[in-house]
Design a protein around this ligand. Structure first.
Ligand code: RFL
Ligand code: PHB
Length: 393
């Protein structure tokens, strides 16, 4: 097989890149290790920046998010017994949209079906070869499906294969630099068929640990509680989860929260900050979680995957349709500049809102001072809001 861009990974980054390339007349094929049902059952992000929604529109998949996505004008911070609303709309003139990653993925699959996209499922990529541009060699991707090996030759390879995928490792150790911070806790999440506990998201800091009240729609809620990194999901019943959540969120919200609905999913996600530099090596380009991870506190992971894909699609379009390679040459620096700012924001918010087992009284006072500053300074709140709604592309 031969194509212009071989895309490794069919998560949101890979599927969106495929759709945008198709609209620009650039041939591509997506290789995804898992089944379609598996990809669609992974419950992850829920908050989209307006720039993300704009890119979905550009990709002709913005219809349902416009109809069913919920615009949110603010989010709330609950700090022990204090409350602070961040009025995103008043501070920035923009809102965020609550719409699940599973729905974004479903919209991209539907668009792919309509155009007869080449998305190969249960195709596990084993190796990516000849990306270094040596005379006479052609980049290729070797994958395994139904026990047999197959090869796709391509002009370029897009590594959209998430944090555990093989693409990043293809960049030689002598070139690749990795930056990492692993947090000593994770988030235990629960998705339920219950109305949201509050109309806006609540990020809650409590001495028992952080908690988040989020939602997917008027009838589906998503909640998280901070747990030690070693926590096992088997040790958590829904009842234990609800009880723990109730203790950490504001009393009036806890008192009226509906918990007697079907529990649709529970899982633990570790928290990590991670960046790989560069995001391009030869003919290989990384996008999304393959290149960087943020802790979910700032709701940035999916949004960053989308901004990477936006830059990468533009670079491929310039190359294939206008004969210019400067977009490809500038891709890594351009993407990383936005990535590092989102890393900073996610790390700051995580550091301020969580209970860190190793924190001494000094760090705890720093957390408190940070919250007090936000309470008293509109400038500080605007800084938070500007990052939360998403920095410009
Ligand atoms: P994905 O979604 O991990 O997709 C990568 C795909 O590559 C496939 N793959 C392979 N395919 C072929 N061959 C191989 N060898 C392969 N190895 C892997 C995988 O099967 C998979 O399908 O990465 P992508 O596309 O870069 O998308 C990134 C987002 O999924 C991620 O950043 C967000 O979910 C992060 N995130 C959030 N982001 C937000 O913007 N807002 C949020 O509110 C938000 N909340 C969250 C989150 C992530 C969470 N977890 C579970 C990590 C909440 C949670 C709990
Ligand atoms: C979610 O709804 O899953 C969600 C919302 C906000 C975050 C993280 C996750 O910061």
């Amino acid at each position: 097989m031969k194509t212009q861009v071989a895309i490794v990974g069919g998560g949101p980054a890979g599927l969106l890149l495929s759709q945008l390339l198709h609209l620009s007349g650039i041939e591509n094929i997506v290789l995804e290790r898992r089944s379609r049902d598996y990809v669609l059952s992974r419950i992850r992000a829920g908050v989209l920046e307006s720039g993300t929604v704009q890119v979905l529109n550009d990709a002709d998949v913005g219809g349902r998010v416009a109809r069913e996505g919920q615009p949110h004008e603010g989010v709330e911070l609950s700090w022990h017994d204090e409350r602070l609303r961040i009025d995103l709309e008043a501070l920035t003139g923009e809102t965020v949209t609550v719409y699940g990653q599973t729905e974004v993925t479903r919209d991209l699959y539907d668009a792919g079906d309509a155009r007869g996209a080449e998305i190969v499922h249960e195709a596990a990529v084993k190796r990516i070869e000849d990306i270094e541009g040596i005379e006479g060699s052609t980049p290729s991707v070797v994958y395994e499906k139904n026990g047999a090996e197959h090869r796709v030759e391509a002009d370029f390879v897009a590594g959209c294969d998430g944090f555990h995928g093989p693409a990043r490792q293809t960049i030689p150790d002598s070139v690749r630099r990795e930056f990492e911070r692993v947090y000593p806790f994770g988030w235990l999440g629960l998705l339920s068929r219950t109305p949201p506990a509050a109309p806006e998201l609540i990020y809650a800091t409590h001495e028992r640990g952080f908690a988040l009240c989020s939602m997917r729609s008027d009838s589906i809620s998503r909640y998280y509680v901070q747990v030690p990194a070693s926590e096992k999901i088997e040790d958590w019943s829904a009842d234990r989860f609800w009880e723990e959540l109730r203790r950490r969120i504001p009393a009036d919200v806890a008192d009226t929260m509906v918990t007697d609905g079907e529990v649709l999913e529970m899982s633990v996600a570790p928290l990590r900050s991670f960046v790989c530099e560069p995001m391009r090596h030869g003919s290989l380009f990384l996008a999304g979680d393959a290149a960087h991870i943020v802790p979910p506190t700032g709701a940035k992971g999916l949004n960053l995957a989308v901004s990477d894909v936006y830059y990468l699609h533009r670079a491929f379009d310039l190359f294939f349709n206008h004969g210019k390679s400067d977009g490809l040459d500038g891709y890594s620096d351009q993407a990383l500049s936005r990535v590092w700012k989102a890393e900073r924001f996610s790390w700051t918010l995580t550091s301020m809102l969580h209970d860190f087992p190793h924190y001494e009284p000094f760090e705890k006072r720093m957390q408190k001072a940070e919250f007090d500053y936000l309470t008293r300074s509109e400038t500080a709140r605007r800084g938070l809001a500007e990052n939360y709604i998403g920095l410009p592309f």
